[in-house]
Design a protein around this ligand. Sequence first.
Ligand SMILES: [Zn+2]
Length: 91
Amino acid sequence: MRSSGFEQPHFLDSCFLCQRQLSQNKDIYMYRGDTPFCSQECRQEQIEMDEVSEKRWRHSLKKSNNLRQSKDSTQESETKKAVRRGTVAVA
Ligand SMILES: [Zn+2]
């Protein structure tokens, strides 16, 4: 039987960026709800890093979305054409 008990959650223990110990007496700068930072500077740095990677991610997502969309709309219009043609043929 293990006696380790509950594992304490890691967050709020130390700064996410510089790993500095966080004290309850000091201000903790939260980001994204559950990511603690010891200072505004650390948080800002993380925000900036996130923005860069998010922009990259969004950029690549946008690219692939556009590709897929143009492909889809082409397929869609072709399907519509086919349906219309079919309807005309039936009528
Ligand atoms: Zn820090």
